[in-house]
Write a protein that binds this ligand. Structure first.
Ligand code: PGA
Length: 248
């Protein structure tokens, strides 16, 4: 079954890196999986110029339109769409964590996503995991995704959620395969019961947090896992291509 393999480059890469990356990737990719890369904003156009196949898409990492008012800095959904993006990450924990510096609202970004397919990230931190509160934390985060008011422009019928436990991001630690599967089941059930438009068959859940070429096959083969969102390992083109080429 085809899966979503998404690579979040965060604030990494440069012109030469991208050229070398695609020299290798396009020669060695042999996959029907849906591949999505999230480069830094300034390199979206360059990455998009390598979009030679339907199953390769480009996405933006963060809408920053501050409620629509004109201000210095920021990238709006219209700009991502104009540059060929189909997807947008919303609610990545590294952005949620910035809330000490300014008020971040995943609901606001969803409201402004404007035709881009959101990949809505959720995940508990280590304390919540230890105190057994994972599902409560996820429910609270998923409320934004399930609120009808956040879909003013399109009635998005597809919901893509990335389950990324904060304690697994960049640490080399991952939940057990059974845990991933169980939590994805919980997310699918919660969203299908609460999302205003999406039906269960249109709800996809990706796993993210220390995915690499060694653990990707087991994770992708688990029940309820529709794909992976990869940070660090997506910067190594050989690793990323190996994962993209998996046939599950
Ligand atoms: P990681 O990052 O794969 O390096 O753990 C995942 C993410 O931040 O989306």
């Amino acid at each position: 079954m085809n899966k979503i393999i998404a690579g979040n480059w965060k604030n990494n890469g440069n012109i030469e890196f991208i050229k070398n990356y695609f020299d290798f990737f396009l020669k060695n990719k042999n996959s029907n999986n849906q591949i999505i890369l999230f480069p830094p904003d300034l390199y979206i156009s360059q990455v998009h110029s390598y979009k030679v196949e339907k199953n390769f898409s480009v996405g933006g990492q963060r809408i920053n339109s501050d409620g629509g008012s004109t201000h210095t800095s920021g990238t709006t959904s219209e700009m991502f769409l104009d540059n060929g993006c189909d997807y947008i990450l919303i609610g990545h924990s590294e952005i949620r964590n910035l809330s000490d510096q300014y008020t971040y609202s995943a609901a606001n970004d969803l409201y402004n996503s404007n035709g881009l397919q959101a990949i809505f990230c959720v995940g508990e931190n280590e304390d919540s995991k230890k105190s057994g509160n994972t599902c409560d934390v996820l429910k609270k985060q998923l409320e934004d995704l399930c609120c009808k008011d956040n879909y003013p422009v399109i009635s998005s019928k597809k919901a893509i959620i990335a389950y990324e436990p904060v304690w697994a991001i960049g640490t080399g630690n991952t939940p057990t395969i059974d845990n991933i599967s169980h939590i994805h089941r919980f997310i699918k059930t919660y969203v299908s019961e609460n999302h205003p438009f999406a039906k269960e068959k249109d709800i996809m859940v990706l796993y993210g947090g220390s995915v690499n070429s060694k653990n990707a096959n087991d994770i992708l083969s688990a029940p309820n896992v529709d794909g992976v969102l990869i940070g660090g390992a997506s910067l190594d083109v050989k690793e990323f291509t190996t994962i993209c080429n998996l046939k599950i």
